[in-house]
Design a protein around this ligand. Structure first.
Ligand code: SF4
Length: 679
């Protein structure tokens, strides 16, 4: 076991973001002193955040004891007292309003950890269908969109760079989001692959691209349909593959006929000839791969964006080939869900049945409205773990108003976040080197299961995320369902169906591959897990639920004289992960303040020279931040990061309109205006 007075290297993963890079944690005298890349691990190209792990662990701002708010002031209490208060409150809320008055919400740092299953288990036993997570805002739209084409489940396609002849980087900036991926793309280009970048910003890869498409935010689906128009119209698709494996090709061909490059130019700002050039380059390169960012999720038709992209991949014969786009089904582990207790159609997100079905949880996006209006039923309590919705949910004013209205708000986190400040009870959490966890890399394109070893004991009263649910469950009377006393017991239970043991994972720090990454066209042996057994270009599932069964573009013509710019929020920045890490001085030095990027042409007209404070206003609100004038952004677009308390991007965003399938808001299509302060 880890302890003091020891010097050793611990094989772990970095969890400063969801990439889970393999790291060597050097411990001296019980303290983490250095982080290095783990050479045995296939994902090991570390970004700057990894070096800040000790700063996070030993931050003086870290809260290490449970606290309750009394008369507006925080008081330290024991875990026992904290859980007793929560138990009593939850029992009362259930009695007065019903169990569904509780919403549980887990954030990105818990993704892939046992905490998610434990929280969902707790929800079922309490009787609420309202288990929610960061999937309500990130990643799931892609998994659903791709999944609807090739599976009954979330199944995101991964880019494959080996031997590829063409890379399309779509709404994604690897320089900030994934430096290892950027290196792979540049290496592919050096081997002769073409590079196409689709982004309203001139990201670093755009400067070395064969084609840079400055697409109008929110019109990506239309662009993809325009590409399909050219590819199908010019016979550039893989006819043999289409004939054997596709459902609805004729309907698709008919559907895209109206999206000629000339029509697409009017919708997307992309010249018709460029649309043709893009389509021909992508279709003629065999194999070709597409890497898409979360930007495409954050549109009012984000699921259809991903449907359209998976259709492009399929009709060009690039599905599950090395150098094209591959998929991997995660290794089977035991589910912690308790089935048959809660009715999903009573969930707060019942209006999003495909999200509920594919993600196996409900969406949190309607929660703020439900708390404020009491409709469709009262929501009186939330337990939020590792998430900061006061900053990260759309329409922050509404989110804040909702959180303040709750009878009980419990927040478990490392620091006193903007959301934690609104809480009644604060529960201190462990940082990832203070706990073990298992990661499956299937959704990252690698069929690999690996164990992150615990390097340290958590300080003072900080506890592992999964333990909170087990202990609260025991207090609530569900002890039979939470028999695990430590992480090893829980992980052994979870691993049972996988055929992999904890001991094997401990002996293989670089992970255990569970299928051959080089295996192509798995559907030829395994079939496809769609209702028809084919790639569903026409989706009967979407049709059954009343959605457009073909990849369909929804227009959002929301620009006006008053709000002439489209604002994109949420662009990644390598120093931070969402709203986290701005309190780490080493990282804050890299990006000291929030900025808005504006093109010189509109900046000149508005008298903005760069470096001054400007007011950024949308129909929802206004924030003040520094202007950066740069040619690296389309003149009609402004860009800001999310996660800054000083200039909260979500003061400007709205929860409506939203994607009808995923519930995701249009974070990339907010209309706004900008002016110099004082004008
Ligand atoms: S923060 Fe950086 S080093 Fe850590 S997992 Fe993410 S990409 Fe890897």
């Amino acid at each position: 076991m880890p302890g003091k007075n020891d010097t050793r290297v611990v094989k772990s993963f970095c969890r400063m973001c969801g990439k889970c890079c393999g790291i060597d944690i050097q411990v001296e005298n019980g303290r983490v002193v250095k982080i290095g890349a783990m050479k045995e691990h296939p994902v090991n190209r570390l970004c700057v955040k990894a070096q800040a792990i000790p700063d996070l662990l030993y931050s003086p701002q870290r809260i290490t004891h449970p606290m309750r708010k009394v008369g507006g002031a925080w008081q330290e209490i024991s875990w026992d007292e904290a859980l007793d208060i929560i138990t009593e409150k939850l029992a009362g809320i259930k009695e007065n309003y019903g169990a569904r008055a509780l919403v549980v919400h887990l954030g990105e740092p818990t993704v892939g950890t046992a905490a998610t299953g434990m929280a969902a288990r707790f929800c079922s036993l309490y009787g609420t269908p309202n288990y929610t997570s960061g999937a309500s805002l990130c990643f799931a739209a892609k998994g659903i969109g791709h999944g609807l084409s090739i599976s009954r489940h979330m199944l995101p396609l991964s880019p494959s760079y080996e031997n590829t002849r063409c890379v399309v980087v779509w709404g994604h900036n690897p320089r900030q989001a994934d430096i290892g991926e950027e290196a792979d793309i540049i290496a592919a280009q050096k081997r002769g692959a073409k590079l196409i970048v689709v982004d309203p910003r001139t990201i670093p890869l755009a400067k070395r691209a064969d084609i840079h498409i400055q697409v109008r935010p929110g019109t990506d689906c239309a662009l993809a349909l325009g590409l399909l128009n050219v590819i199908i119209g010019e016979g550039l698709y893989d006819a043999d593959f289409v004939g054997r494996w596709m459902l609805g090709f004729d309907k698709l061909a008919e559907h895209v006929r109206e999206y000629s490059p000339e029509v697409i130019e009017k919708i997307t700002w992309v010249p018709a000839d460029t649309v043709r050039h893009f389509a021909r380059m992508y279709a003629a390169s065999k194999p070709a791969t597409i890497t898409q960012g979360v930007s495409l999720d954050h549109c009012i038709n984000g699921v259809q964006n991903s449907r359209a992209i998976s259709t492009l991949v399929a009709v060009t014969g690039n599905l599950d080939v090395i150098g094209g786009n591959t998929y991997n089904t995660p290794l089977k582990q035991k589910s912690l869900r308790v089935k048959g207790i809660v009715a999903v159609d009573e969930a707060i997100g019942a209006d999003f049945p495909i999200f509920n079905k594919f993600v196996s949880e409900t969406t949190a996006m309607p929660v703020a409205d439900a708390i404020i209006t009491g409709k469709p039923y009262p929501v009186k309590a939330m337990i939020i773990q590792a998430c900061n919705p006061a900053l990260t949910w759309p329409d922050s004013s509404k989110a804040r108003q909702a959180l303040e209205k709750l009878d009980l708000l419990v927040v478990s986190d490392l620091f006193m976040t903007e959301t934690a400040r609104l809480a009644d009870i604060f529960l201190p959490a462990a940082v990832f080197p203070e706990r073990k966890f298992i990661a499956d890399y299937a959704t990252k394109g690698i069929p690999l299961l690996a164990l992150s070893q615990q390097a340290l004991e958590p300080p003072a009263d900080c506890m592992e995320d999964w333990w909170l649910w087990a202990e609260l469950g025991r207090k609530m009377g569900y002890a039979d369902y939470f028999p695990w006393q430590n992480a090893d017991e829980l992980f052994a239970f979870l691993l049972e169906p996988s055929g992999v043991t904890l001991k094997q994972l401990e002996q293989n720090p670089g992970g255990i591959p569970y299928s051959q990454p080089e295996q192509e066209r798995k559907y030829e042996q395994e079939g496809l897990d769609t209702p028809s057994g084919k790639i569903e270009l026409f989706s009967p599932t979407l049709a059954d639920y009343g959605y457009n069964p073909l990849p369909t573009f929804t227009s959002l013509d929301n620009l006006s004289e008053r709000y002439p710019f489209t604002l994109i929020t949420g662009s990644r920045v390598v120093a931070f992960s969402h709203s986290q890490h701005r309190n780490v001085a080493r990282l804050r030095k890299l990006v000291p303040e929030p900025v808005v990027e504006i093109n010189p042409e509109p900046a000149g007209k508005l008298g903005i020279t760069g470096g001054e404070q400007v007011a950024l206003e949308s129909p929802k609100g206004s924030i003040t931040l520094k202007a950066v004038v740069t040619p690296d952004i389309h003149p009609g677009v402004l860009s800001i990061q999310h996660g800054w308390e000083e200039a909260n991007a979500n003061i400007l965003t709205a929860s409506d309109p939203h994607d009808p399938v995923s519930g995701y808001p249009g974070l990339k299509t907010t209309t706004c205006r900008v002016r110099k302060i004082g004008e």
